[in-house]
Design a protein. Structure first.
Length: 137
């Protein structure tokens, strides 16, 4: 199932770029890099709640989550990766994968979801970050 009005179904790349397609999900990197290595893992199929996935899909999504978060960890060596899922604004199953660094932005607190101009990176720098993650997948 696909929703033509859904940013993840249409693979819209206004605030993200695609890193890679995984088993049942697509890994995106956010153009806001206030948290270096911040990504979003979105299910390929349009489903709005995790409980709508079959057991096999949940397992595959879990494998994708582990693979993506390990690649982010190996690429950027954060002190912790935060995992967040909301979906009020974009109700398509997706998780924010947010590397956190001791003493860095929002350490010990929830990450700042809103785009942060201070986190803007050049297209060339973003491409470099994508390559760093892809090399660890
Ligand atoms: Zn969708």
């Amino acid at each position: 199932m696909s929703d033509p009005n859904c940013r993840y179904c249409t693979r819209t790349t206004d605030i993200v770029e695609i890193v890679a397609d995984l088993e049942v999900s697509t890994l995106y990197i956010t153009k806001d890099q206030a948290y270096r290595g911040r990504c979003i893992l979105a299910l390929k199929e349009h489903k709005t709640e995790v409980f709508q996935l079959s057991t096999a899909e949940v397992e595959a999504f879990g494998r994708d989550m582990a693979k993506a978060s390990k690649a982010i960890y190996d690429a950027f060596s954060p002190d912790k990766i935060n995992y967040a899922a909301y979906g009020d604004g974009y109700p398509h199953v997706h998780f924010h994968l947010v590397p956190k660094y001791k003493g860095g932005k929002s350490w010990g607190s929830p990450f700042d979801l809103s785009a942060d101009p201070a986190g803007a990176v050049s297209p060339e720098e973003l491409k470099g970050l994508i390559e760093q993650i892809k090399s660890k997948l």
